[in-house]
Structures are given as structure tokens and as C-alpha cells.
Design a protein around this ligand. Structure first.
Ligand SMILES: NC(=O)c1ccc[n+]([C@@H]2O[C@H](COP(=O)([O-])OP(=O)(O)OC[C@H]3O[C@@H](n4cnc5c(N)ncnc54)[C@H](O)[C@@H]3O)[C@@H](O)[C@H]2O)c1
Length: 438
């Protein structure tokens, strides 16, 4: 394929050399004359393992040429990758000047192009940038329409400096968000040979994914270092603690606990977090990230309460009360916090949780309800039907198939369903719907 790459920094220079190595005809476009001179002489403008040899080879065999002329770059190729820088502004926002300039350049050239062309942005950009910035500039400057006259998309780049050629050849996955299947197929034809899954998705999901991945990496480093500082303060080797953490591929290094939903709670997580922070405080160790965990969890609970209160109805029902499905443990359940807040605000509350039915409870849990949250006990209904039929808002906090079936059957068009568990059959909700993270 004939490919143009706009921006010959780390991302552009590595992509250009690797695509040329894979047999494509690549034109690199960059306004920096020094970079162009370096590449024309068969060298790479960046320092990376293996990049000098690779660049020298593909420049010599004519597969990789460079230019400062964006016009020719577009007219003579089938697909353009945008790899220009998107540095931070002083307020933390993104400087999109180079993305805007390249979009204008590509659009102006597209105005003269007869054949279908695909534009794929690889620079890291804020979610919505393709739709709100790149697309309007391309359409205005070309006088053409995305989807009809040319394709558009975003493909996050996951290579790491220092090992970028290896990463290019062994990515965790290839993800591309595009305007159409046609554009996704063009990108797939370039990357399908890589030993990983190729995933075509929505453009905004792809844009957000890049941020989520990088922030997750930053979060993991800070977590490991906070556990390291805490361990050291206790005279323990934090490296060994983290080494063992990483050995658990079921709960730790896995997709467990990584799906957006409702707040954590229960008898262990809140208690143990408090204890660890207390131990650290006693040793004058500051752990700002871990200190931020409980406040963030609380905010998540507050959002639900605020949303339901703002909805205006006094008749509210909650399906679920325990801290997770399949248990009757109410200790530090975030749903109990929600219920208490509703009661405090004068809401006429009904709660149904088959695991927490007073008639079945014995021992510690019964005592806990009767002594600690007696006001909640009086709101419990015996059946889910009774709850659904008598409220205007249903907060779904329990993923119990039998109860969800009742909800799907009995919910009414005048009701608001507040979903904390990611309902799978959302199309069966007849009224208004609000998902907590979706
Ligand atoms: N560096 C990485 O490892 C990495 C990894 C993944 C994603 N990213 C993202 O990819 C993007 C590029 O990163 P980078 O490190 O390669 O940037 P860089 O600053 O090294 O290179 C950007 C290049 O774009 C060129 N450029 C500027 N304006 C241009 C224009 N109008 N036309 C053509 N070229 C132009 C510059 O001259 C420069 O050579 C950024 O958004 C970055 O966040 C970087």
C-alpha cells in the first residue's frame, strides 16, 4: 500500500520504517528540514534499538522517502497516518495546533483527490477530537464528506520508547476506531499479520482507551511504589510483596475488579484500607494515592444519591442492600449508605433483597439490622413485585437473574431505572434509564 505519515517523531519514524520494511511504499512528511536531511542520508532522527539499521535499509531500497510537501503526500498515497505531537498546555490541556495544521493540509489536498483516501490519527488526542476538530477541518478544507468521499479514524499507538520496534511487531492488540467498516478494513490490511487481536471499535472509545491505558500504567507504578514505601517503613521488602501480588492472576493481575460499576464496600476492603493508612500515618509515611481511594469511592456513592434526589420523586425502591450479590453481609455496604441518605432526605423508601429478608436472617446479621440500622429494616419488602409496583424510581444494585426478570417484566414507562449493575437487557426498560458509568 502507498502510505503517508505526517510527523516523523518517535511514533512516525518507527511506524514509517516498520511499514516500509513490511513492503509498503512510505512517504514521511515533516516540516523540520533537519529531520528530513537526516532521513534522506539513511539515518533515523530518533535513538531506538534497531532503528538506525532499519531506516538505512528502507531508505536505501527506496521504500521510505521523505518530503515537506503534504499535498503530494496525500495525492500519491492511499492512507495517511497523523503522528504529530500533542504536547501539554500550561493548564494541562492539549496543544492541538499540529493536529489542526495537518488536518488542514490533508483536507486541502483531498479536495483535488479522485480516489478514496483514509486518514488515521495516531497522535494521542482528547476523546471527541476526531469528531469535533479533525472531521470539521477535513470536511471544510476538502469540500468532501467523511464516509462518502474519504475515511477517517483513530488508532491508538501503544509502543514504548526504548523498545518501539519490538512493540510495533508485538502489540498487546491493534485497536482502531473508524467512521466505517471500509476504513477499518484498510487499516486491518496493514496490521492483520501482527500476532494479536485486531479490534474495530467506535472512534471515541479508541480515543479514550489510549488515555485509560497510559493512566493505568501510571497508576500501577504509583501503587507499587506506595506499597513499596509502606512495606519498607515496616521493615519489609516491598519488591517481594509486589512480586507475590503479581503471581495471583485470578484476582490481582486479571480483569477482576476492573469493570466500572458501583462502589466497593463490605467487611474487608474499607476496614483493611483504613488499617493500612493508619499504620502508614504512625510511621510518618504519606500515601496520597491510597488516601484518595476512600474519598473517590464516597464520591461514587454521592453521585447516585444526588442523581436520584434531583430526579424529584419521593417514591424510591432499591433492589439490593448487601455489598454484593449473593451475600447477606450488610457491613459497610455502600447500598446501606445510599438507603440511609435517602431516608435522611425524607424519601419514601422500599428495599428488596432476598438475601437480607428479615424473616430469614438469624444471628449477627439480624442483630446488625435490628440494632444498627432499624430504620432500614422497616423499609424492606417481602417481594420484588410489591417494590416495583409502588415506586417511581428503581435503583438496581443487585444482579440476581430472577429479580432482574421481574424488573424487565414489571417496569413501567413512567418509571426511572437507575442501573448500578450493568443490566444486560436494557431494551426491556420501558421508561427512563440512567447507567452509573455508561
Ligand atoms: N513517544 C511515544 O512513545 C508515544 C507513544 C504513543 C503515542 N504517542 C503520541 O504520538 C504523538 C506523537 O508523539 P512523538 O513522541 O512521536 O512526537 P514528537 O514530538 O517526537 O514528533 C512529532 C513530529 O511531528 C512533526 N510535526 C509538527 N507539525 C507537523 C505538521 N504540520 N506536519 C507534519 N509533521 C509535523 C514534528 O516536526 C515532529 O517531528 C503524540 O500525540 C504522543 O502523545 C507517543
Amino acid at each position: 500500500m502507498r502510505i503517508s505519515i505526517f510527523g516523523l517523531g518517535y511514533v512516525g519514524a518507527v511506524s514509517a520504517a516498520c511499514l516500509a520494511r513490511d513492503g509498503h511504499q512510505v512517504t514521511g512528511i515533516d516540516p523540520n528540514p533537519d529531520k528530513l536531511k537526516i532521513i534522506r542520508s539513511g539515518r533515523s532522527p530518533i535513538v531506538e534499538e534497531g532503528i538506525q539499521e532499519l531506516t538505512s535499509k528502507v531508505v536505501e531500497n527506496g521504500r521510505f522517502t521523505v518530503s515537506n510537501d503534504p499535498h503530494a503526500g496525500v495525492l500519491e498515497t492511499d492512507i495517511s497516518f497523523v503522528c504529530v505531537g500533542t504536547p501539554s498546555l500550561s493548564n494541562g490541556g492539549q496543544n492541538l495546533d499540529a493536529v489542526r495544521k495537518v488536518s488542514e493540509d490533508i483536507g486541502t489536498a483531498l479536495a483535488e483527490k479522485q480516489n478514496y483516501h483514509v486518514v488515521i490519527v495516531r497522535s494521542t488526542i482528547e476523546p471527541g477530537t476526531i469528531d469535533q476538530v479533525v472531521k470539521p477541518i477535513l470536511e471544510r478544507s476538502s469540500g468532501k464528506k467523511v464516509g462518502k468521499d474519504f475515511g477517517l479514524g483513530f488508532q491508538p499507538e501503544f509502543l514504548r520508547e526504548g523498545s518501539s520496534i519490538k512493540d510495533y511487531d508485538n502489540p498487546p492488540f491493534t485497536v482502531v476506531g473508524t467512521d466505517s467498516k471500509r476504513s477499518a478494513d484498510v487499516v486491518a490490511s496493514l496490521f492483520r499479520h501482527l500476532p494479536c487481536e485486531f479490534i474495530a471499535t467506535d472512534i471515541k472509545i479508541a480515543e479514550t482507551l489510549k488515555y485509560a491505558c497510559n493512566i493505568f500504567h501510571a497508576l500501577k507504578i504509583v501503587f507499587a511504589n506506595e506499597i513499596g514505601r509502606f512495606s519498607k517503613s515496616m521493615g519489609i521488602d516491598g519488591r517481594e510483596v509486589m512480586h507475590l501480588i503479581c503471581k495471583d492472576k485470578q484476582l490481582n493481575i486479571s480483569s477482576a475488579y476492573l469493570s466500572p460499576g458501583f462502589a466497593y464496600g463490605g467487611s474487608c476492603l474499607p476496614k483493611d484500607l483504613r488499617a493500612l493508612l493508619y499504620m502508614a500515618k504512625n510511621r510518618d509515611i504519606s500515601l496520597p494515592m491510597l488516601q484518595g481511594v476512600a474519598p473517590s469511592n464516597q464520591l461514587h456513592i454521592d453521585n447516585v444519591v444526588d442523581y436520584v434526589l434531583a430526579a424529584g420523586s419521593r417514591r424510591v425502591g432499591m433492589i439490593g442492600l448487601s455489598f454484593k450479590s449473593g451475600t447477606d453481609d450488610l457491613r459497610e455496604s455502600p447500598l446501606v449508605t445510599v438507603a440511609e441518605r435517602f431516608i435522611g432526605k425524607g424519601i419514601d423508601l422500599k428495599i428488596h433483597d432476598p438475601n437480607v429478608s428479615l424473616s430469614h436472617l438469624i444471628g449477627a446479621n439480624r442483630r446488625y439490622i435490628e440494632e444498627s440500622i432499624p430504620h432500614i429494616a422497616s423499609t424492606m419488602t417481602d417481594t420484588c413485585d410489591e417494590l416495583i409496583d409502588n415506586v417511581d424510581i428503581v435503583v438496581v444494585g443487585l444482579r440476581d437473574p430472577a429479580l432482574l426478570e421481574k424488573l424487565y417484566e414489571r417496569n413501567r414507562p413512567d418509571q426511572l431505572i437507575v442501573d448500578l449493575v450493568s443490566l444486560t437487557e436494557r431494551e426491556r426498560i420501558k421508561g427512563k434509564y440512567w447507567g452509573i458509568c455508561w
